[in-house]
Design a protein around this ligand. Structure first.
Ligand code: DGL
Length: 288
């Protein structure tokens, strides 16, 4: 067995064999995990997907560590009992950098995590300066520091914890107006004036690729933006195998929200564009 820090999962090499299409649960605090979901769907179009957004507790970046472990574990208990997934993708850096060991100890299921892509960013940097743009929770994790200690070498890593960007990404997806200035202010600390210029930015929160084209336009100079979603999808096919050559095509995917709030027509449209036509609202209030 080897431990692969970058993808955040443990595996023994051989893919699982199932007598039917797998059930894959993709989990996030909100809508950011959709950026991972779309890549995993491309990799296993035959699978049955459930996308679960714990929007009752959004943003996870604002929860303290004890509360976050308790919350994710409680919601996962319910989701696993309801949907019996064959594999779970924790499409959230804020949760993965903290909760994966507890989830793996609790469930006899493969969990694929999402953690900041520091190793590939460092490998790519020519200026030897990279920035990690993530939630305040992710930037202060021991796990993130361990990735830097192991992989950064001579490369300087600027950690940028944003309190607002995940919410701005959700607002944009819901069709609300998001000012350029609000995005520019959040990404500005990735580009310090002193020292070598940043040439790679790690998108260390799954919400941020939703704003990627705008961040590219608003950045003070061009950089490489690293989105881990394709690597996560590859890891899923490593575990579950490639799809069979002939399959029945895409199953209708379902989205589940824990807040119990009604889904607006704009959000329904946005989810439809990701292939999520069936919606379940199951209130799982925080603290219940
Ligand atoms: N999408 C989540 C992540 O990747 C975080 C958003 C939140 O703060 O809930 O970190």
């Amino acid at each position: 067995m080897r431990v692969d820090l970058w993808a955040g999962i443990q595996y023994q090499g051989a893919a699982m064999t199932l007598p039917r299409a797998p059930v894959i649960l993709v989990f996030d605090s909100g809508l950011g995990g959709l950026t991972v979901f779309r890549e995993v769907v491309k990799a296993r179009p035959d699978a049955r997907f459930v996308y679960a957004a714990d929007d009752a507790a959004f943003p996870y970046g604002g929860l303290d560590e004890g509360a976050l472990v308790a919350r994710v574990t409680a919601v996962m208990d319910r989701l696993v009992a309801l949907h019996a997934p064959d594999l779970v993708v924790v499409a959230c850096n804020t949760a993965s950098t903290l909760v994966l060991p507890a989830l793996r100890a609790r469930f006899a299921l493969p969990f694929v995590g999402t953690v900041p892509a520091i190793k590939p960013a460092v490998e790519r940097s020519v200026t030897r300066r990279v920035a990690v743009l993530a939630t305040p929770g992710t930037v202060k994790r021991d796990y993130t520091q361990a990735l830097i200690d192991e992989f950064a070498g001579d490369c300087k890593v600027t950690l940028v914890g944003s309190t607002a960007l995940a919410g701005l990404a959700e607002a944009q997806l819901r069709g609300e107006a998001v000012e350029d200035a609000a995005i520019a202010a959040e990404i500005a600390p990735c580009f310090p004036d002193e020292g070598p210029p940043t040439d790679v930015v790690v998108l260390g929160c799954t919400h941020y690729p939703l704003l990627r084209t705008r961040m590219e336009r608003l950045a003070p100079w061009p950089v490489a933006w690293i989105d881990p979603a394709p690597a996560i999808a590859r890891r899923v096919t490593q575990l579950l195998g490639a799809p069979p050559p002939a399959h029945d095509g895409e199953e209708e995917a379902a989205a589940l929200f824990t807040s119990g709030r009604a889904v607006t027509p704009e959000l329904r449209r946005a989810l439809g564009a990701f292939g999520l036509a069936r919606l379940h609202i199951e209130a799982m209030p925080l603290g219940a």
